[in-house]
Design a protein around this ligand. Structure first.
Ligand SMILES: [Zn+2]
Length: 102
């Protein structure tokens, strides 16, 4: 392991941001918004849907618990340093706020 990533990779690029499955080196990692990573395109799509739902929920204030859970997970994920190496990048169809490699 390169020492460059010793701290930064604590969560990011180790486990899927949705199902928490650990990534295997042979498989692609799917990025979303540049700081979230998923084991499959399916998980990433679900996360995108969840984000959209979360925004609706937030606006409606119908389900505070779900919103808080999601925000906590997002905080954990986004606190990791952004790094993109050896990643199968498929940009989401919209929401082009993805940042790749600085
Ligand atoms: Zn997954």
């Amino acid at each position: 392991m390169p020492s460059l990533f010793s701290q930064a990779e604590s969560n990011f690029l180790k486990a899927c941001g949705l199902c928490r499955k650990k990534f295997s080196p042979e498989k692609n990692i799917y990025m979303y918004r540049g700081d979230q990573s998923f084991c499959s395109d399916d998980c990433r799509c679900r996360k995108i849907l969840i984000d959209e739902l979360r925004e609706e929920i937030y606006l409606d204030e119908m389900n505070e618990t779900a919103t808080m859970e999601l925000q906590t997970k997002e905080t954990l994920l986004s606190s990791s340093t952004r790094l993109v190496t050896n990643v199968g990048i498929g940009l989401p169809p919209r929401r082009n706020r993805v940042e790749v490699a600085g």
